[in-house]
Write a protein that binds this ligand. Structure first.
Ligand SMILES: NC(=O)c1ccc[n+]([C@@H]2O[C@H](COP(=O)([O-])OP(=O)(O)OC[C@H]3O[C@@H](n4cnc5c(N)ncnc54)[C@H](O)[C@@H]3O)[C@@H](O)[C@H]2O)c1
Length: 246
């Protein structure tokens, strides 16, 4: 029997991260799911994967803290001995216009979204290099490509992720490690549930497919990028946005 792949997903216990986890679980991968909130019910989350016959490690770590990420990766390696696929999914927003944006709102979003992606990747890559194989998928956003009023901090973090992705793709290709980004448009999760119905209606009008996306639709593309079907793709940004940005 083929050895199970191990997938580490940051912010993997809800929203898009949780759907990515379920997709890999269906494919028979073992999972390391990272969370940050103390209110997370770890046992309940583990039990959601009972039906798949896989091992699931659910670990607390704040991705913006380097030491947390060192420990996260060490624990994952202690349990599974390897990480085949890393999905840098954890992310936050602190939206407001630049005139009102406090320094802390800028720093926090960069620290979690961009620095967090570095912190986890930096700790995972040595193990992938040693194995001469691996797959990294970073969750960016279409906002990182086209910008959005009121999201200068978020857009900067997500554009940064794209530069990071392309640079690492070039660095790590000789080691047989592929690095790609997925740029979702408007996806129906907790992150977008704060938007009013009016705002959502307006957004839908600007989307050629005339609806918000589902977290599963992002997960499908992450799974494609992590698998052999995409073996000649690296350094790319794939939009999952109903045609919003083209
Ligand atoms: N929902 C959308 O429309 C949309 C669009 C484009 C990109 N994205 C990106 O997709 C990713 C997932 O977002 P979502 O919509 O599922 O939102 P969400 O708020 O439901 O999930 C975000 C996850 O990140 C985790 N997280 C936040 N801060 C963290 C930290 N410091 N350390 C560890 N984990 C942390 C949260 O606990 C949560 O599990 C994010 O990177 C987001 O920017 C979402």
């Amino acid at each position: 029997m083929e050895e199970k792949k191990v997938v580490l997903i940051t912010g993997g216990t809800r929203g898009i991260g949780s759907e990515i986890a379920k997709k890999f679980a269906k494919e028979g991968c073992n999972l390391v799911l990272n969370y940050v909130s103390d209110s997370t019910d770890v046992e309940k989350i583990k039990s959601e994967f009972d039906e798949y016959g896989i091992d699931v490690l659910v670990l607390k770590a704040d991705v913006s803290v380097f030491e947390d990420c060192e420990n996260l990766v060490k624990e994952a390696i202690a349990k599974f001995g390897k990480i085949d696929i890393l999905v840098n999914n954890a992310g936050i927003t602190k939206d407001t216009l630049i005139a009102m944006m406090k320094e802390d709102a800028f720093d926090k979003v960069i620290d979690v979204n961009l620095k967090g992606t570095f912190n986890v990747t930096k700790n995972v890559v040595p193990y992938m290099m040693k194995k001469r194989s691996g797959n990294i998928i970073n969750i960016s956003s279409v906002v990182g490509i086209v910008g959005n009023a009121g999201q200068s901090n978020y857009a900067a973090s997500k554009a940064g992720i794209i530069g990071f992705t392309k640079s690492l793709a070039k660095e790590l290709a000789p080691r047989n490690i592929r690095v790609n980004a997925v740029a979702p448009g408007f996806i129906d999760t907790d992150m977008t549930s704060v938007l009013s119905d009016k705002v959502k209606e307006n957004i839908n009008l600007q989307i050629p497919l005339k609806r918000m996306g589902k977290a599963q639709e992002v997960a499908n593309v992450v799974s494609f990028l992590a698998g052999n079907e995409s073996s000649y793709i690296t350094g790319q940004v794939i939009n999952v946005d109903g045609g919003m940005v083209m």
